[in-house]
Design a protein around this ligand. Structure first.
Ligand code: G1P
Length: 291
């Protein structure tokens, strides 16, 4: 079945980016010149997603402002013939239909996804965590849509990480069944290292059946006292198959200041219009540290 809808949780406090997140939502922080959110919506649109449901919280209204038309700005740019800038202004609104639901209390990722229940309805959908920026062509969601069709089941993106950092992630217990594809037997959110079933950790892309919502309704607070998506997935596993997919692509952690800096450098080095300047910037800093 076609995946038409994406849910993007964007209701968090963004504490790792304080103080800037006192007034700018983390999801609007830029990689070069576009907000994190825009990169993940582009990835979804490439995979055929037509409708994006963003879960926000009170105080993060600037996220919806970003997707509104900006007629005064557009008119000014049109009059002065600045077509390239005009195209940039129109980009975000043209990618997909964007709607918003509110999570009033910060009760966890699973609870945030549950807020999108009515907006998603009775069809499979994709959950995208905008902290995880992944570069590849085709994008990770396109790759996962294919795996989901092949296996006729839900798919969760995973990657192998060093054992020292497994406790920061959701971890899957899974057995390989095809190239890069593993059948999930269990999942656990942020286990201590010695209790982790593997070092195959969850990355923020999930293709899920709508039954996940019933599971989330029954899910009790878990790790960090929050209603965890991972715990809802464990309930879903009782009568739905789920597969873990080791995607192709480079992942950047846009959820921390240094991760975002790393992503910004990587993107600036890759982009035709910025690569030269970014490279000389790096050389300049290397010279500085050598002296
Ligand atoms: C969330 C999920 C976790 C997953 C991670 C990926 O955790 O709960 O299972 O591994 O995203 O980025 P968070 O980073 O929000 O603590």
């Amino acid at each position: 079945m076609q995946i038409r809808k994406a849910v993007i949780p964007a209701a968090g406090l963004g504490t790792r980016f304080l103080p800037v997140t006192m007034s700018v939502p983390k999801e609007l922080l830029p990689i070069v010149d576009r907000p994190l959110l825009q990169y993940v919506i582009e990835e979804a649109a490439e995979a055929g997603v037509e409708e994006v449901i963003i879960v926000t919280s009170p105080g993060k209204e600037s996220i919806s402002d970003y997707f509104q038309p900006h007629p005064a700005l557009e008119q000014r740019l049109a009059v002065s013939g600045e077509d390239e800038l005009l195209a940039k202004v129109a980009e975000a609104g043209n990618l997909a239909k964007v709607s918003f639901v509110l999570q009033h209390e910060a009760l966890g990722l699973g609870h945030a996804v549950l807020m999108a229940k009515n907006a998603v309805g009775d069809e499979p959908f994709v959950v995208i965590l905008p902290d995880d920026i992944i570069v590849h062509s085709p994008g990770v969601i396109s790759q996962m849509v294919q795996v989901s069709k092949d296996m006729n089941a839900g798919v969760i993106a995973v990657e192998v990480v060093p054992w020292e950092v497994v406790h920061n992630y959701g971890v899957v217990d899974a057995a390989p069944v095809a190239n890069r594809v593993h059948k999930i037997q269990g999942l656990v959110e942020k286990p201590p290292r010695d209790e982790a079933p593997s070092n195959l950790t969850i990355v923020g892309r999930y293709i899920l059946p709508p039954q996940i919502f019933d599971c989330l309704e029954k899910t009790q607070p878990g790790a960090k006292g929050e209603i965890q998506l991972t715990d809802g997935l464990l309930t879903l596993l009782q009568d739905h198959e789920l597969f873990a997919f080791e995607f192709l692509g480079n992942r950047y952690d846009g959820g921390t200041p240094m991760g975002l800096l790393r992503a910004s450098l990587a993107f600036a080095l890759d982009r035709k219009d910025t690569s030269e300047e970014a490279l000389s910037l790096l050389r300049e800093f290397q010279d500085r540290t050598n002296n």
